[in-house]
Design a protein around this ligand. Structure first.
Ligand SMILES: Nc1ncnc2c1ncn2[C@@H]1O[C@H](COP(=O)(O)OP(=O)(O)OP(=O)(O)O)[C@@H](O)[C@H]1O
Ligand SMILES: [Mg+2]
Length: 210
């Protein structure tokens, strides 16, 4: 059975449909690419899958539960969508401790390991407000993966990463696929899409065109 299913999903703001007739399913153990021009609806589709935004029509099911009905925000999803919001006066470690505290399923050791995996220093006192774009992006990835979710929704995760960072994240995602996770990756970097994705969907003006 598919782990994520969208059935005729549409999203409208006033008269404008920014997504329309999206019927798609995603299986475990695969990396899916989501491509399309600026404004084509990639981020909106991710927000709808996470439950952050409700669709104007259609339904989304995650692991057999209807989003917005059986579950508000599926807890099997880890996401980095648009600019990750962190508390600027706190360190990387303290930001993730704070976020992890909301669910209380992981402890300090796991957070520390995750920060190391993305190439940051868990002992650094540097406040996140002073992070570079790439450092902030690495922390965003750490936040998305730290609770080891079954599903990862990654909106432009390579933004601001240097070559080493891109390679590290590629390897990380390949490892997650091997573990059977489902990954959806929206990107304008077609080389990342080519290197990673088992299947690619293209949005154009809110419609799925391939
Ligand atoms: N809150 C909102 N109110 C009205 N329109 C919105 C809102 N949020 C997004 N949109 C519109 O929805 C459409 C899809 O936007 P979305 O952010 O999903 O595009 P995208 O494919 O992620 O683009 P990009 O490649 O630039 O990230 C755009 O036309 C955008 O203006
Ligand atoms: Mg976007």
């Amino acid at each position: 059975m598919a782990i994520i299913e969208l059935d005729n999903v549409g999203k409208r703001f006033k008269e404008k449909w920014v997504l329309k007739n999206i019927t798609l399913s995603f299986d475990a153990g695969k990396i899916y690419g989501l491509i399309g021009r600026n404004g084509s609806g990639k981020t909106m589709m991710m927000k709808i899958i996470t439950g952050m935004v409700s669709p104007s029509e259609g339904t989304v099911q995650v692991e057999g539960k209807r989003v917005g009905a059986d579950v508000d925000i599926p807890d099997s999803i880890g996401a980095i969508i648009e600019v990750p919001g962190f508390l600027p006066d706190m360190s990387a470690m303290n930001n993730l401790k704070y976020l992890a505290g909301l669910r209380g399923i992981i402890g300090e050791d796991t957070i520390r390991k995750t920060i190391e995996i993305v190439g940051l220093d868990p002992d650094s006192k540097k406040r996140v407000g002073k992070f570079s774009l790439g450092m902030r992006q690495r922390l965003g990835i750490a936040q998305a993966i730290m609770e080891d979710p079954n599903i990862l929704l990654l909106d432009e995760p390579m933004n601001g990463l240097d070559n080493q960072g891109v390679n590290d994240v590629r390897e990380l995602l390949k490892g997650k696929r091997k573990e059977g996770k489902t990954i959806i990756l929206a990107s304008h970097h077609l080389d990342d899409i080519d290197a990673l994705c088992d299947c690619v969907y293209t949005l154009d003006n809110g419609r799925l065109i391939s």
